[in-house]
Each structure stands twice: as structure tokens, then as C-alpha cells.
Write a protein that binds this ligand. Sequence first.
Ligand SMILES: Nc1ncnc2c1ncn2[C@@H]1O[C@H](COP(=O)(O)OP(=O)(O)OP(=O)(O)O)[C@@H](O)[C@H]1O
Length: 203
Amino acid sequence: MSARLQVHHVQSPLAGPYTFELAAGACITISGPSGSGKSLLLRMLCDLDPNSGEVLLDGVSRANMAAPVWRSQVVYQPAEPAWWLPAASAHFKPGQMPRVRELLPQLNLSPSLLDQEISRLSTGERQRMALIRSLACAPKVLLLDEPTAALDPESVAATETLLRKELLNGLSIILVTHSATQAQALGQRHMAMHNRVLSEAAA
Ligand SMILES: Nc1ncnc2c1ncn2[C@@H]1O[C@H](COP(=O)(O)OP(=O)(O)OP(=O)(O)O)[C@@H](O)[C@H]1O
């Protein structure tokens, strides 16, 4: 597998430096205590927080890409995703809708939820809808911050099945999770964050 994402000395005054590589179709999992710096790392990788160092996507430096282009290919899904319009459907471009309709049943979501007010969806429905929003961008790298934290076991299983399928199709994932079972099920490499220092974790 070739390096899809190369991270070289990425740091900010708050965290880092971080250096590692993520192959195409591979998943790195990151575990670690609350407040250890996991989200800070993901936010730097998608260029939401100011940072120095170099990140390359398929060999192309982030410095040579417009920020919106970068963020559409290296997509960050926070633990509590934001919605800025009343209904989920309004967050999708018309061209994304066939993909959205294909993904909804895979996460056990009814298409009728698309047009309901987001605030009326359950936390777990919102979390699954957020994953659909992330995947609808057709990213090359997905940075997932506890994507199943609010889900029941059946929805966790559906989400993991979908992520496994996406990995097989070449998507690369950095997955922050507190679940050792989930890390084992999806990741090939396991890392741990402690006091903003990233290290290899036992498999
Ligand atoms: N912009 C900021 N300025 C100063 N400190 C910050 C900023 N953003 C985050 N922090 C602090 O950095 C630390 C790491 O935060 P981070 O959100 O990365 O934790 P985390 O490992 O993702 O935790 P959790 O598992 O609870 O989501 C926390 O102590 C947080 O308060």
C-alpha cells in the first residue's frame, strides 16, 4: 500500500510535533484519556487549527492546495458535529443525494429523517447522519472522533460494517475511539495519546 497521508512534524503551541504515515485503505486508531490531545491532532490534520509542519495527500503538499479543497478530501468529523441549517437534507449538494440515499439504509436510517428538523433527531440519529455527511464528500481520508459514542450496539455494528467496506474501497481512516474492541475490529495500527504525546499502543 502506498502512503496516502504523510504527516511530518505537525505541531502547534498546544500539541505535537507528530510524524506518521497512513496508507491508502488503512485505519490507524488513537485511544487515550479525555483531554490528552486527540482532537487537537485531528483538527490540525484537517487544517482547522493553525499548525506548522507538512502534510501530504497522495504526495501533494497541503501547502499547495486551497483550504476548502484540502478539507473536502481530508474530512474531520468531530465528536459533536455541528449543523448549520434546519434539516439534514439542506447540508447535501444535489449531486451527493444518490450516495446519501445509498448510505441511509446501511446505517438503519429512514430517508424521512433527511427532511426533519435536525434538533428533533435523536443523538444517535444525528451521529449517523453526520457520518453520511462526511462520506458524501467522497473524502480520501476520514478523521473520525468517537463516531459511535452515542450509538446502541446494533448501530455500532452497522457503522463498523460500513467503515470496513469503505476501507476496502480505499478510504483511509484515523479513528479516535475509547473502545478496544472497535480499535481491534477496524485498525491495523494502534496508537495512544498521553499528555499530547502520540506513541505506538499494544495491539
Ligand atoms: N484552543 C485551545 N486553547 C487552549 N487549550 C485548548 C484548546 N483546544 C483544546 N485545548 C485543551 O487541550 C487539551 C486537549 O484537548 P482535546 O480536545 O484534544 O482532548 P481529547 O483528547 O480529544 O479529549 P476527549 O476525549 O475528551 O475529546 C484539553 O485540555 C483542552 O482543554
